[in-house]
Ligand binder design. Structure first.
Ligand SMILES: [Fe+2]
Length: 467
């Protein structure tokens, strides 16, 4: 058998931490951008054994778990290993190795961390990111995030963008080339190669090696503004269902998820507990959406029950879309139907439920915002119902925004920053703090990172932190 070349071109990753287990991931792709759909990643139709090891130390002297996973073509030779029997709140290191049909090779090591035990008061330090359009810039923000080694990274959607390259992209917008031939993704092979393009990026690989990720998706993992089983542009729903299934499969193949897609879809909404400090409630705002409901009835009921039953100090809604009312002065529409402003009744059920310690995190708008939630956003005297932290994009181009006019028209919104970056937070039984990090530029590598603002939360209100 010929030597197939270096297989770990897409790096390694971990995710979905629980107190006793994590998922570790890699995908064998000696030709990550190979265009033969019968050989995804340049792999022949073989089942390849992949050895994995998990250790307590970076030198892999204290190995606590190891085994062999089978990589096969059905899932593009990705492996998702559920590693259990780990101790809560523990740091671990993991790596993979292969033999024939490769020259014997070991992957780089990743660092991961389990969640704390159910009763533990350990604070959780988490970062959140969204909107990493590859063509729009360098993932420098992710490199800085990796250097901070948070306990966990939350990805709030637009992990990829499905677009092809327009005939004339315009000046300054497209600073990096997509995989050839730079087409919009429609087929499984195209989505796979789009993920492969992203995952060959060294800064994105570093961010996955630094910490476990918990990801949810927005629209661009499939198609702009899609809604449930419908494409959103009036095109053939049967064609769109196949495209969505291909996109969901490629998403699974490239992220360290616990659950595989099936014919009915891929369950993304889930509860990730971090002891007494925080409950992360991860939402899916796309798969079940209709004109009447953002989440679908089953997910809505699940969320309200989880919020009512949570004993954690902080209940963190992990989801893509701007949650608070955001009235944009000027010609209508002044409220965005694609965000929670399009679903005010269910939003009122969340903010009016008397939940203490509610923190909504969001992305999507490619600018950073912070504000307070209101039981009734139309009434400025309405009681504060928690806070919302909206992170900027990693790279995706921000829209022109008259932030002063929006802040003036929405007194519950307190902060805006137009630079790209990420947010890092500490949630503990004693308090909650968030720091907004910003990079100066993304059109070339090497930007420094700065702290744009810091906030704490007191009595469900936002209080500025010294930075
Ligand atoms: Fe986006």
């Amino acid at each position: 058998m010929t030597n197939l070349g270096y297989p770990f071109t897409l790096g390694v990753a971990s995710g979905e931490p629980l107190p006793d287990s994590v998922i570790i991931w890699t995908r064998l792709a000696p030709e990550p951008l190979g265009r033969d759909p019968r050989r995804p990643g340049g792999m022949p139709g073989l089942v390849v054994p992949v050895r994995w090891q998990v250790a307590e130390d970076e030198g892999f002297r204290r190995i606590v778990r190891q085994g062999t996973a089978q990589a096969d073509r059905r899932w593009a030779h990705s492996v998702h290993v559920k590693v259990d029997g780990l101790r809560p709140g523990g740091d671990y290191f993991y790596r993979f190795s292969v033999g024939a049909p490769f020259a014997a090779t070991t992957s780089p090591a990743g660092r991961t961390r389990t969640a704390p035990a159910a009763g533990a008061a350990t604070p959780v330090r988490f970062a959140f990111v969204s909107c990493q359009r590859y063509e729009h810039g360098h993932f420098t923000a992710l490199r800085h995030l990796a250097d901070e080694r948070p306990d966990v990274v939350l990805q709030l959607g637009d992990y990829i963008y499905e677009y092809g390259r327009p005939a004339d992209p315009g000046p300054g917008r497209y600073v990096r080339r997509l995989e050839a031939p730079e087409e919009a993704c429609q087929t499984l092979q195209q989505y796979r190669n789009r993920y492969a393009r992203y995952r060959t990026d060294p800064d994105l690989q570093a961010a996955h090696r630094a910490a476990p990720w918990i990801a949810t998706w927005d629209d661009h993992e499939v198609r702009d503004n899609y809604r449930g089983a419908l494409p959103g542009d009036g095109s053939d729903p049967a064609v769109f269902r196949r495209r969505r299934a291909a996109a969901y499969q490629a998403y699974y193949e490239h992220l360290p998820l616990r659950v595989r897609p099936s014919a009915s879809g891929l369950q993304m909404h889930r509860w990730r507990p971090y002891g007494r400090a925080a409950d992360f409630l991860v939402l899916d705002v796309r798969q079940y959406r209709t004109a009447a409901t953002m989440l679908g009835t089953a997910q809505e009921e699940w969320l309200l029950a989880r919020l009512a039953g949570s004993a954690a100090r902080w209940k963190v809604l992990v989801q893509p879309l701007f949650f608070s009312r955001r009235f944009v002065p000027g010609p209508p529409p002044n409220l965005r139907a694609d965000a929670w402003d399009g679903y005010p009744e269910f939003r009122r059920r969340v903010t009016g439920a008397g939940v203490r310690g509610l923190v909504v995190i969001a992305g999507d708008v490619h600018n950073a915002w912070a504000g307070e939630l209101r039981a009734d956003f139309a009434d400025p005297a309405s009681a504060p119902a928690g806070v919302e932290l909206v992170g900027s994009s990693v790279t995706s181009m921000p829209p022109a925004t008259d932030s002063a006019a929006v802040l003036a028209a929405n007194p519950h919104l307190r902060f805006f920053d137009g630079r790209r970056g990420y947010v890092v937070c500490t949630a503990g039984v004693e308090g909650f703090h968030a720091a907004y990090r910003a990079v100066d530029f993304v059109d070339r590598p090497g930007s420094p990172v700065r702290t744009a603002a810091g906030f704490g939360v007191r009595d469900d209100r936002l209080v500025p932190d010294a930075v």
